[in-house]
Structure formats: C-alpha cells, structure tokens
Design a binder for this molecule. Structure first.
Ligand SMILES: *Cc1c(COP(=O)(O)O)cnc(C)c1O
Length: 234
C-alpha cells in the first residue's frame, strides 16, 4: 500500500501529537483525551485508513450516510458516535447501531433511545448537547434546563448519561474559546456536585481542540484537521 502525503495516516499522527502536547501543557494525561474522528462527507476507505492508523472512534452526523459506511466496515470493531441532530423517527436505528450519542437536546429523545436500545447491547452512552452561546437553529439545551434533563435521563435503564457536549460558534481568539469551554466544564462540575457521576466533556473541533483540552475535554471531535475539507455540507 502506498503511503503518500495525502494519506490520512500522516494527519492522524500530527493531530495525535497536537492532542498530546495540549494535554501535557495542561498537566493532563494524554490518554485521558479520546480522539473521535468525524467522518461525515468522508468515504468508508478514509475511515479504514484512519482505523489502520490506530483511530478507534468515529463520529457521524447523518444517519443514512453513516449506515452505509457502518455496513461496509462491520467487523472492524469500531466505536460509532452519533453527533448530529436527531429526529424522533430516527431513534431506533441510532439506538441499534451506535455506541454513543452526543447530541441529546430533549428528554423525549433520550427516552426513546433507552426504550429502543437492544437488550443484548451495552447501555448507549449519552451526552447532553448544551447551547452555551444562543444561536438560531444550532440545537442544544439552554444551561438553565440541563439539571432537569440530566436528572430524568440518568435513571433511564438502557442508556448511560456520561456528560455534556457543545458546538460553540467560532470565537475570536483562544482566550475566548477557553472561556466558553470552561463554562461547559463548570456545568458538568455543578451536576456532579448535585450527585451525578459524569466523566465526559465532548468539546473541541479542528479549529479549537487545544483550547478545549486545556479546559478538560475528554472527547475531541475532529474532522477537517484529519481528512481535509469535506466533499459535502457539514
Ligand atoms: C462536523 C462536526 C465536527 C468536526 O468539525 P471539524 O471542524 O471538521 O473538525 C465536530 N462536531 C460536530 C457536532 C460536527 O458536526
């Protein structure tokens, strides 16, 4: 197999070393940060190459697109993360096929996922998507409503509430990025202070993952820095 400069292997190594450096700079163990490769708009072959380079976790935003690639890559033992908006008529397939859902923005979706999670599967890991900066049509729960949703989601039987996720708009500089991510971390700390045992902060994308790691990200969702620009809307 040819390994050229276009091969995602090189980008995987580069992104991994940036993740490690950001973790070490923050006094954190690099292994505490999981790379989720966001593969919307990428082919199954790109996913295969990233998996060969050691990536274990993959994020998809569109169910139909994801399903076709998951079929093609079945048997590789990859971890699949759903990170897109969820319509209630899509929950069954998500509950059956994914390991994580990062984009819970209402309790009814968490309830359906719990009801539809197959009994032979491990509990489905969930994060509540938080709208830290109000934006039209971006999805996410306002901070004032997180406590209520978390309390109800935490007792659902077939899912495991793991933490919080955010997709903030681009910020002018890294200090502003860090301030936004610090708010997600403090919201998680508040939930834990009220009795939850949440261990996941899903935050940071290609443009801002180092700031997110500095503020405690445990999952970073990275697309373009790994694969280059997408061939379709992202
Ligand atoms: C597309 C997407 C990403 C990855 O974005 P990049 O800027 O390409 O790294 C991360 N999270 C979500 C929710 C996305 O939709």
């Amino acid at each position: 197999m040819l390994i050229g400069p276009q091969n995602s292997t090189l980008h995987v190594n580069h992104v991994r070393s940036r993740i490690s450096q950001a973790a070490l700079a923050a006094g954190r163990d690099p292994s505490a940060v999981t790379l989720v490769a966001v593969t919307k708009g990428q082919t199954a072959q790109s996913i295969r190459e990233a998996a060969t380079a050691g990536v274990t976790d993959f994020g998809e935003s569109y169910l139909q697109e994801a399903g076709a690639k998951m079929d093609e890559l079945a048997g590789l033992g990859l971890g699949w993360h759903f990170i897109g908006g969820i319509q209630s008529n899509k929950t069954r397939e998500i509950a059956e096929r994914f390991d994580w859902v990062h984009s819970i923005d209402r309790l009814s979706i968490a309830r359906r996922l719990s009801e539809q999670r197959p009994y032979h599967a491990a509990p489905l890991n969930l994060c509540i998507q938080v709208e830290l900066v109000p934006e039209p049509n971006k999805g996410g729960v306002p901070p004032s409503e997180i406590g209520q949703i978390a309390a109800a989601a935490a007792i659902l039987p077939r899912v495991c509430l793991r933490g919080l996720m955010c997709v903030p708009p681009q910020q002018p500089n890294s200090a502003a990025e860090r301030a936004v991510f610090a708010r997600l971390r403090s919201l998680l700390e508040e939930l834990n202070a009220s009795g939850h045992k949440l261990d996941t902060l899903s935050m940071g994308m290609s443009g801002d993952f180092e700031s997110a790691i500095a503020e405690g990200a445990t999952l970073v969702r990275i697309g373009t820095a790994l694969f280059g620009s997408r061939s379709r809307r992202g």
